[in-house]
Design a protein around this ligand. Structure first.
Ligand code: PAF
Length: 291
């Protein structure tokens, strides 16, 4: 695997490849969930000659002033070894000066109805930061496909919509969320949890499951409506609060645009998704499950 730090090196490597890359952007501190995305990229490449390119860049633009930009773990050496073993061909790990040599005045601002709900409501500017860096990385890597985890469900949708609206010739592929044996979704931020918090953390996926099962039971009984959804969401929030969490949201939404489903859609077959974010101690975790 080539470890490259400059845009010039990256361009030379991709220009020399027989086909456009399959790209997996990350912020490093990798876990099995990321490595599964690399393996998925490897499989997508098949015998096409497309190199699998990963990036590691902790993107200041997507962190709020009170978030963990400074303390976000930077573990490049270990990450590089894991990527190589997972079948990555090129790791692009630019410095901040390389990617943002001057203040990034031009930004990609996603539409408010998608980017200012759920995560965006609690992390103002987050999806502008994500869209801007991903657009820039797409310009540099020029992939034919890119793989993003479904764990960051809203992020995947923001990127899909950006690519569609901007006419970028890139296939966006979703990777399934990997979970620990107890159900906790794998995340770089799980490393912040104390032993007790780690044992408690499973309750976030349990809360999602409770809403999902309630929604499915409601649908089976022909009794899923807006009022019942509000009840299920409130119950999940209350359970987490009683257990000592500070939940930001637990919401059942339409998969297609993450907006609330209408009465007709709830009683019909509209694909839904439960999304949640909650703080346990100092660590904010997110998760989701499709219904
Ligand atoms: O999901 C992430 O790790 C980041 O948001 C991404 C897509 C690499 C952009 O910085």
């Amino acid at each position: 695997m080539k470890l490259l730090h400059t845009i010039a090196e990256l361009r030379a490597a991709t220009a020399a490849a027989p086909a456009a890359p399959i790209f997996v952007p990350t912020m490093g501190n990798l876990h099995e969930g990321h490595l599964a995305l690399i393996r998925q990229a490897r499989a997508l490449s098949g015998d096409s000659g497309s190199p699998v390119v990963a990036s590691i860049f902790v993107n200041r633009l997507q962190f709020g002033p009170n978030e963990d930009f400074d303390t976000y773990p930077r573990t490049l050496q270990r990450d590089a070894e894991l990527l190589q073993a997972a079948g990555c061909d090129v790791l692009f790990a630019p410095s901040e000066a390389e990617l943002y040599p001057e203040p990034q005045g031009y930004k990609v601002v996603p539409p408010t109805e998608l980017a200012d709900i759920l995560e965006g409501a609690f992390r103002p500017g987050f999806f502008t930061g994500v869209s801007t860096v991903v657009h820039k990385l797409f310009n540099l890597v020029q992939p034919r496909a890119a793989v993003f985890g479904k764990k960051d469900y809203q992020q995947l949708m923001v990127i899909r919509n950006m690519v569609r609206q901007m006419g970028l010739p890139i296939e966006i592929v979703g990777g399934e969320t990997l979970r620990a044996d107890d159900g906790l979704a794998l995340s770089s931020r799980n490393g912040y949890l104390s032993t007790d918090e780690r044992a408690e953390a499973v309750q976030l996926s349990a809360a999602l499951r409770a809403v999902r099962e309630g929604a499915l039971a409601g649908r089976a009984a022909g009794a899923l409506n807006v009022a019942r959804v509000a009840e299920l969401e409130a119950q999940a929030m209350a359970t987490l609060s009683q257990r000592g969490w500070a939940p930001d949201y637990v919401l059942l939404r339409r998969q297609r645009d993450l907006l609330p489903a209408t009465e007709a859609e709830l009683s019909g077959a509209e694909p839904l998704v439960v999304l949640a974010a909650a703080k346990l101690g100092k660590t904010r975790l997110i998760d989701n499950t499709e219904v």
